[in-house]
Design a binder for this molecule. Structure first.
Ligand code: ZN
Length: 595
């Protein structure tokens, strides 16, 4: 049956929901400007400003003005415009994702209109909605806005005076990026009149790219141009698969599964993480010994697995051994194997990890806990590429890349006489340092997202995300247990939160983890104010554990009732205390028969 013949009822309803115009806007509905404002959080002690989970910068419009002027001088008007269009586009697209994630169950008209409000909140411009209509299912889109007091025009006019061309380049990119991410197709905004060319206000109109008469004019600004290519490093020879392509579906982080199974991707964008990733890409094609240093839970084993996976040794086994988990008396036979009759109980000969890793990679975690005797044997194996089984008489040649990891300072261990100096130098050929999570906070949002997806799938939950204050708390937390702790917190959150309920603070911090430090958010007055603390989880079931039933629960209802009473039945206020949007709470109250 041709798909156009019939439309299912569900699809029809879906379409009906997705078709919206500016007439559907409800001034009081989420996300309100106030709610958007509350997503902006200042952590001055930490040197960070957050818009939900995105790090923001507070810089002078005039600083942007001088950057813009320099870009024009370097790239010409057209080149600067293209570059700024794309920068704005990326910002708009990110904001659309943020709004859609946080207010997934709000009316699409209000969610779309949050774009101009975000732009306003971020200080670029004061937009006024003239009209919009869109239908996500059909891909129809039309929108028209007036822009008052464009900051980009201020800077353009200050530098170049009033001219003949529109100048809101980055802002136009933002509007296009926001609408494109929202619609799932390329939407192009054009500035039909602009203050920089003498108009009173700027007027912008957006349509799908192919609905404009001459879309190539705009596409030229959306695609990276020649000037941008000059700034990129030349493409290097691909000796190994790119790390970003590895192991898309998420598997268990702690698995020591041999290569060949899916490996979770390395996740991060911070500079220290990127540097570590770059280092293993460099060293992967060689056979050099690599030493990972960094605190527990910082991801050393995952890095080691990835190093193996992108090396020419990938087809051969990846074998891991945690030296600290093995008693001294067993470590040698575990590493090098044992011959029958070597000691009481050795009734059969068996190979050790070195032999099992033949042709591949042997990962030795917590290397500092090896006994002195085992250190000597390891050194010999590294130097001579030969081993001898315990109780054996013949030498066995081994071709194994050794990757070691430690969370203590090996040099200090050497100075204290606890670690062989010769072995230290043998291992320290190519050190890669993995910083603690608190020193790579920029990676926290991506990690949260990845763990959320993983555990949602693993536990079959429909947890939509995190409440803004849960996000704030995680962004501020020190994570003494590093990535593993974040991972555990998110898993706990996914289990504790009900279906369709975002993970809130009390789902995360339950077993005495340090309270997050003080944070500030922007009050409605425009002044900084201490961010609201979590509502006391008064009726949260204690120790109910993972087996909490899924359907709407009386305890949930009680929590909502308490919040309603505390807020004198102000639903918006109660929603705020619960970390929900007003629409979310209203929907749940209705479902539970409370309102
Ligand atoms: Zn303008």
């Amino acid at each position: 049956m041709p798909p156009t013949d019939r439309i299912s009822l569900a699809e029809l309803q879906q379409r009906a929901v997705q078709a919206r115009t500016s007439a559907d806007l409800d001034a009081g509905a989420s996300p309100t400007l106030r709610e958007l404002t509350e997503a902006l959080v200042f952590a001055p002690g930490d040197g960070r400003i957050w818009l939900n989970d995105q790090r923001m910068l507070l810089w002078r419009a005039s600083t942007y003005g001088s950057l813009r002027r320099e870009l024009v001088a370097r790239l010409g008007m057209d080149g600067a415009r293209s570059l700024l269009t794309r920068v704005g586009y990326a910002a708009g697209a990110r904001d659309a994702e943020l709004v859609r994630t946080l207010w997934s169950d709000s009316d699409p008209a209000n969610v779309f209109d949050a774009g101009p409000r975000m732009h306003q909140l971020e200080g670029f411009v004061r937009p006024q909605t003239v009209a919009f209509e869109f239908d996500i299912g059909r891909g129809d889109f039309y929108a028209e806005f007036l822009w008052h007091d464009s900051s980009e025009d201020d800077e353009h006019i200050a530098a170049f005076g009033i001219g003949t061309e529109a100048a809101c380049w980055m802002q136009l990119g933002y509007a296009s990026g926001y609408a494109s991410a929202f619609m799932g197709k390329l939407i192009v905004f054009r500035e039909l009149s602009c203050r920089a060319s003498g108009a009173e206000v700027c007027r912008i109109v957006g349509r799908p790219a192919d609905h404009w008469p001459d879309p190539e004019l705009d596409l030229h600004h959306f695609l990276p141009d020649a000037s941008a290519r000059q700034l990129n490093p030349p493409a290097r020879a691909e000796v190994a698969p790119r790390i970003a392509d590895i192991g898309r579906p998420l598997a268990d982080d702690d698995s020591t599964a041999p290569a060949g199974d899916e490996l979770p991707p390395l996740i991060g964008i911070s500079s220290s993480f990127s540097a570590a990733r770059h280092l293993i890409e460099r060293v992967a094609p060689t056979s050099a010994t690599v030493l990972f240093t960094g605190p527990s839970g910082a991801g050393k084993e995952l890095f080691a697995q990835t190093l193996h996976r992108i090396s020419p040794r990938a087809p051969a086994p990846f074998v891991a051994l945690n030296c600290a988990a093995m008693p001294d008396t067993l470590i040698e036979s575990e590493l090098f194997g044992v011959e029958r009759g070597a000691f009481t109980g050795a009734t059969v000969s068996r190979p050790g990890r070195f032999e099992r890793a033949s042709g591949g990679t042997l990962f030795l975690d917590e290397i500092a806990s090896l006994s002195f005797a085992a250190q000597g044997k390891l050194l010999r194996a590294l130097q001579e590429r030969r081993i001898e089984r315990v109780g054996g008489v013949r030498e066995i040649r081994v071709d194994v890349r050794v990757v070691a990891a430690t969370n203590v300072d090996l040099r200090e261990e050497v100075e204290r006489g606890r670690f062989r100096e010769d072995l230290y130098y043998r291992l320290n050929v190519f050190p890669v340092q993995l910083p603690p999570l608190k020193e790579r906070r920029d990676d926290i949002p991506q990690l949260m997202e990845a763990f959320l997806r993983r555990y949602r799938q693993l536990h079959g939950r429909r947890v939509p995300g995190f409440t803004p204050r849960a996000v704030q708390a995680l962004l501020q937390y020190d994570f003494p247990g590093n990535i593993r702790e974040l991972q555990n917190l998110v898993e706990r959150g996914v289990i504790m939160a009900g279906d369709d309920e975002p993970i809130d603070l009390h789902h995360l911090f339950r077993s005495g983890e340090g309270a997050p430090p003080q944070v500030w958010s922007l009050a409605h007055s425009g002044r900084l104010t201490e961010a609201p603390q979590p509502a006391p989880p008064a009726t949260e079931p204690e120790g109910s554990g993972p087996k909490r039933p899924r359907p709407p629960q009386p305890k949930e209802a009680q929590r909502y009732r308490n919040a309603l009473v505390a807020s004198r039945y102000n639903v918006a206020e109660a929603a705020r205390q619960l970390g929900l949007s007003r629409a979310q709470l209203a929907y749940r109250l209705k479902r539970l028969g409370i309102a």
